[in-house]
Design a protein around this ligand. Structure first.
Ligand SMILES: O=C(O)CCC(=O)C(=O)O
Ligand SMILES: [Fe+2]
Length: 399
């Protein structure tokens, strides 16, 4: 089903025009996200691998999204991570927010309304923040990576650590297979990406989209329109209402990305892969719209995004097989691009403090140490205080 809403139609039209200007391809009407089985890749024959690579190439040229089945990630690993994540989000706000995102730790907890993904496309965006809360972690690799901060966990999270670590290991293996598929699809040696990801900064981002008990603010959605920043994103979707994810087609039409069956991952490419491939492959704009009004009060949604990020110092420049006569983008260091985009989406949002029950104790320190104002209560009786500079409103009263 394709749809568009008037509220963000100017953003959509801007994206369509900008992509036309850059000569970005894609289907005129991307009606469906293709389904791709990785079985033949894992079987290991040259023919099977080449067939998977061809299908991958076609999906990435036309849509930028692909649903992957036969992915090799054990079901119990996925389920354990999923359940630990739901339990985490059910905990009191003060516990969740005890590990906040900050300028020196770009992972951790990001609360309701604290991120506006649309600002990653347009820094001047003053949209209300997205209606979701998140917890992010980056495990890194066994290779030395001195600038990488160690993972920070909330208190009493032994089960969560174990489950998330297992998920990270399994998804990192899947990402290695996908980098090999991508290399073959681009006519490169199968291990072409290996030395660009041996110190990868893959991130698990768990997202809770709570039930909507009161109407959202005008223009406020679960996740505003954006493109992902890195190389690829491996998404697991679910909850009582798993719908809402939409991808933008070449003419600005919005297409529902519906997960097929239970055991699949929805995968989309990010900006660095579009730059690397000189826009042969699409970093497709997408968003998560709100559930229909009639379902909103029970429509809790959860997703776990696994963002595959290459080495921070990897130089991303047009892959020779993609040049086609002219490289469109200047080379860029992957880390620089990723951190710039992340900072835009939480600009002015990092200065929040949390106090349990409105009183003392148990709360996280305000990362910026500045006086805060604008307090709202969450379900667990916690209060969230926003920095005076914050351009966006606290949303605890909006959900
Ligand atoms: O939750 C989803 O389905 C998508 C989230 C997303 O696009 C993102 O966090 O980049
Ligand atoms: Fe995304």
């Amino acid at each position: 089903m394709a749809s568009s809403t008037p509220l963000d139609s100017s953003v959509t039209q801007g994206l369509v025009a900008e992509r036309k200007r850059r000569g970005v391809g894609g289907s005129q009407a991307a009606t469906e996200v293709p389904v791709l089985s990785l079985r033949r890749y894992f079987e290991g024959t040259a023919d099977g691998k080449a067939a998977v690579a061809r299908d991958w190439d076609e999906a990435c040229r036309k849509v930028g999204f692909v649903t992957v089945v036969d992915h090799g990630v054990p079901r119990d690993v996925i389920d354990a991570c999923w359940e630990e994540t739901t339990s985490f989000f059910d905990r009191p706000l003060a516990e969740k927010a005890a590990v906040p995102t900050s300028s020196d730790y770009p992972y951790g907890y990001i609360g309701m309304g604290m991120e506006n993904l649309q600002a990653s496309l347009d820094e001047t965006s003053r949209n209300p923040g997205d209606i979701k809360e998140m917890f992010n972690i980056c495990f890194g690799t066994a290779e030395p990576d001195p600038d990488k901060p160690a993972p920070r966990w909330p208190a009493q999270s032994v089960g969560m650590r174990r489950a998330w670590q297992a998920y990270d290991a399994a998804l990192a293996r899947l990402s290695e297979a996908l980098y090999a598929v991508m290399a073959l699809a681009l006519g490169l040696r199968e291990d072409w990406f290996a030395d660009k990801v041996n110190r990868h900064r893959n991130v698990i981002r768990a997202i809770n989209y709570p039930e909507l008990r009161t109407p959202p603010l005008p223009g406020q959605v679960r996740a505003s329109v954006h493109t992902d920043y890195g190389s690829l994103t491996i998404l697991r979707l679910g909850g009582r209402y798993a719908g809402g994810l939409q991808a933008m087609g070449a003419s600005g039409e919005w297409v529902d990305v519906a997960p097929r069956g239970q055991d699949c991952f929805v995968i989309n490419l990010g900006d660095l892969m579009a730059r690397w491939t000189n826009d042969r492959w699409l970093s497709t704009p997408h968003r998560v719209v709100n559930p229909p009004q009639a379902l909103a009060a029970t429509a809790r949604r959860q997703s776990i995004a696994y963002f595959c990020n290459v080495n921070m110092d990897a130089r991303v420049e047009c892959i020779p097989t993609c040049e086609g006569g002219r490289a469109k983008y200047a080379p860029i260091a992957a880390g620089e691009w990723l951190m710039r985009k992340h900072a835009q989406t939480v600009a002015g949002q990092l200065c929040y403090a949390v106090e349990e029950g409105g009183g003392e104790g148990g709360g996280a320190d305000a990362p910026c140490g500045e006086a805060a104002r604008g307090v709202a209560e969450d379900d667990a009786g916690c209060s969230v205080s926003l920095c005076p500079e914050s351009p966006q409103r606290p949303l605890r009263d909006g959900v």
